[in-house]
Design a protein around this ligand. Sequence first.
Ligand code: ASP
Length: 628
Amino acid sequence: MSELSNALQTRYRSDVCGSLRASDAGRVVRLAGWIHRRRDHGSLVFIDLRDRYGIVQVVVDAAVAPEAHAALTDARIEWVISVEGGVALRRAGTENEKLPTGAVEVAGTKVEVLSRAKTPPFYINEPDAPIDESVRLKHRYLDLRREPLRDRLLLRSQMVQAIREVHHAHGFVEVETPILIKSTPEGARDFIVPSRLQPGSVYALPQSPQQMKQLLMVAGFDRYFQIARCFRDEDLRGDRQPEFTQLDLEMSFVDEGGVRSFVEQMVINVTKRTRPDRPIQQLPFPVFTYDEALERYGSDKPDLRYGLELIDLGAALPATTGFKVFDAPRASGGRVRAIRVPGLGGIARSQIDDLTERAKRYGADGIVWISLQEDGEVRSPIAKFLSAEATTALWSATGGTTVAAGGDLLLIVAGERVRSAEVLGRLRVEVAGEIGLADPDILAFCWVHRFPMYQWESESGRWDATHNPFSAPVPEHRDLLTTSSGDLARRSAGDPAGGALAQQYDVVLNGWELGGGSIRIHDRELLERSFALMGHSLDDARAKFGALLDAFEYGAPPHGGIAIGVERWAALLAGQTNIREVMAFPKTQSGSDLMLEAPSEPDPSQWSDLGLSVRRPTGGVTGAKKDA
Ligand code: ASP
């Protein structure tokens, strides 16, 4: 018997349901679990007994074990029972190949009912049955009994175990950082916790342990990691929850290559250990600069499982075409780009209208389409503006005139450089999904790096960090920060700092940003300069980040790190598109826990203890969303 089987033995059981095999035939065992199914054949009762290790068939014969049989007379599904009996090989022809225990059954001689159960609101034994998500969330403990969710939680647990093992093997120290802290901005709203002992003051829940982990580097820990709970008060989407878990790590005396190389090996190791069946598309991970990713895929998180790359049509078009939709953006530095979708030449007008609608929603003026049929016929509303030669030039620019069965479709978006690329990038992903281009098994990782340090926020008239306010510029752009005025009054979109690239890197998987990190600024003056560019006065920066700034005056090592979303990673490995599917007790779209009914009104005395009272918002809550 394995060490694990030994460890699982208790007075209720000698074995677990999922462990019995033909080699156990002849043993007398005691099992405990839930009644998964029950079939009554007169004097024979068949029970599928389930625990989290699996299912085994138990048969109780009234002629052999009348008391055990009687104990099961009114037993129902989901009752918890324990059974004692002999393991026997099933009769030839009655084996169940779908069950790992399917060669055997347990001939029950003693049955004890440990707990009765009401009829559950959904069947635990129908793993594929569609169930309204709110019902699943309300009775999450029952949903967790079902095989799919249980298996995903087990996968997540294996991942976390593998993560810990790899980090320990590479000299990382696991440190828990506090949850009640001061704001650490990651671009979202803070959740705040009022202090009772200091009325009027609040703690912020960490959006990430960013400042703490940097302080641990100053403290000399050299390599830190944490499976860290983070909290961000923002609108929820499929890949977001108000609280979530990051694999957070930081390393000293490294450059970008050092961090990326460790992280890549770690990610490969954990992925292969937990999903050895899923092929990794390319090793080492391909690396793109932010600019290249934008140009080729219209996204800083490209899905590389398919081509469908963006193609710049500029060179194939005459300087002016006479077609305003192309000419106007090009005259002001914009671009005309396309994706060529194989097989979609016969697209219906209504589908084009739908794509156009979406392009507009994403910020384009519209889309232009040209289709090429297998017989060479070209269809397009703009055919009248483009000569036959110009059209041929476009097709050659996008890969020649050989077309896929069904014809090819060029979807063209013209406009400002970044915006138009992003619109086309979104259509690329959606169209690929709709025509099934992405292989669901493949894991296509890549790195995207050299992001712009800042993006200009015209509304607030300041630069904002594109990722992390603590990121360092690439060494050759350090001067762009220092020569920039850093003076609040003179900040402008034209400031040289706008051209600075950051030592910032994201790891991407199948079109999802799995994580991001950077090499940090470890010099107080430069960090203050960078904060100034982002609109923080010196006093403000000191009030918000004083501990880190001060710490940098006591000997700060060069350092950098990353944080990887554990749920995103687990969801992708589990083939899910919503991170709720890998969380034991997630929240709804509006941030509610339907099972615990949180958030809820506190006891009035809790308000008064805190010296607080509530004024109900009249015009609705900022950014509030209803549950879908
Ligand atoms: N703190 C960053 C985040 O949460 C990650 C990092 O730069 O290490 O996204």
